[in-house]
Design a protein around this ligand. Sequence first.
Ligand code: COI
Length: 356
Amino acid sequence: MKIDIQKNIQPKAKPTDHGALGFGKILTDHMLLIDYTREQGWHDARIVPYGPLSLDPATCCLHYGQLIFEGLKAYKTTDGKTVMFRPDQNVKRLNASAKRMCIPAIDEGDLLGAIARLVKVEEGWIPDSPGTSLYIRPFILGTEQFLGVHPSETYTLCVILSPSGPYYKEGLAPVRIYVEDSYVRAVAGGTGTVKCAGNYAASLASQKESQAKGYSQVLWLDGIERRYIEEVGAMNIFFVIDGQVVTPALTGTILPGVTRKSVLEMLSSWGVPTSERKITIQEIADAHKSGVLDEVFGTGTAAVISPVGELRWGDLSMEIGGGKIGALSQKLYDNLTGIQTGKLADPFGWVYEVVG
Ligand code: COI
């Protein structure tokens, strides 16, 4: 795919205090745009100065939410290379989301190449302090202008970049999670398994209420019986019960996380027993009561490996690991970030080098 590049002649000052980056607050100098029409397919890929998108008020995504997104990261390795972590997985998942939301698929090789091009243009923005990276946010919006309800005939794909630190203000310190027993996130046949904007809009009331109670995020239960554990707002969830690692199975309501998949692959390469299955919140409460809930941690591109120090379910407060990061969570974090930043060898072939 041919990509035109229009350089920003007014570049911004790059952040120097990497400890103060936060997550997704600073945006770089350029963005990638690719348009879609039925006649031309995905076309006119261009890297342009970062700036506002101009949308007619009748643009359909503003009314009916035909909007999907992804999240992946680029790193500067210890030997100065620019790399992305498993970008093929994100591009593939973007197309899976597109299918569910009636958005036309994009050639995965073309998109991967275009994202790599943008990252190369912006590689000077990649922070290299521990725990930082360049967060990559691709998204697609329906751009046709109409007020009836039907799939858009035109789309824009946009990719923006943000030098970022940890997703949670706690960093690698354990977070407090509230088990949501009133709102639900997804039901089978819905959109829970794809990354569409509406899933996150629908989660905000619950997140706001749990944060007012002092919790970072909520743990969702299934939408029918409200018994089975699904995922946390911005991450998948893992439990270490009596030495065995369990995580909810992908039953059609949970996001198939790239970090989730990587953790399962890494654990099996170490010979650690893992199981993807249905888990009830009662089982977790019972494990906690009998002292075998060894560790709980979340996984996500933004969240990386995020230890959970407390799970609150109704009146029951379950403290996990004495508020400290567990040994397995720490080992996973060290190995994953070690591979991502080139400090450790990559036996899995996950790292994609961005070349000229
Ligand atoms: C990610 O981990 O990349 C996400 O998209 C989660 C969140 C920031 C919405």
